[in-house]
Design a protein around this ligand. Structure first.
Ligand code: THU
Length: 129
């Protein structure tokens, strides 16, 4: 996960978070081994802001990928940062319950959880058969 952490850190430096001042980076590994990053992009009209995970998912899908195998999220610490509810659902579209999500801070890995732990009994693409 070192490559993902490195990318997520770099993304965090690019975050546009002038309102919350809470910079977040995310990085995803897709099925073909490629890695895709994103950062939070806030907006003067607050609800229009984009989370780092959502921006990384957009990069992955834009690169023609549809399957996420590993995820790193990094926040400014010291609290462990976890993806918001909306991002958990967005990840679910492209990943299964066993997706490892590495929760990191400036000092490195804090904890690894699975998507299934963060979003139990999820609604997902399988409901459409
Ligand atoms: N944020 C993320 O980008 N990812 C998370 O996992 C949690 C929160 C962003 C949204 C907003 O720009 C800022 O952090 C404060 O909520």
């Amino acid at each position: 996960m070192d490559d993902l952490l490195h990318l997520a850190r770099r993304m965090m430096l690019h975050a546009h978070a002038p309102y919350s001042k809470f910079h977040v980076g995310a990085a995803l590994r897709s099925e073909d081994g490629s890695v895709h990053g994103g950062c939070n992009v806030e907006n003067a009209a607050y609800p229009q802001g984009l989370c780092a995970e959502a921006s990384a998912i957009a990069a992955l899908v834009g690169a023609g990928q549809k399957r996420i195998l590993e995820c790193v999220v990094i926040g400014p610490g010291p609290e462990v940062i976890t993806p918001c509810g909306g991002c958990r659902q967005k990840l679910r579209e492209f990943a299964s319950d066993d997706l490892p999500i590495h929760l990191c801070g400036p000092d490195g890995l804090h904890r690894t959880v699975t998507l299934g732990q963060l979003l139990p009994m999820s609604f997902g693409p399988q409901h459409f058969g």
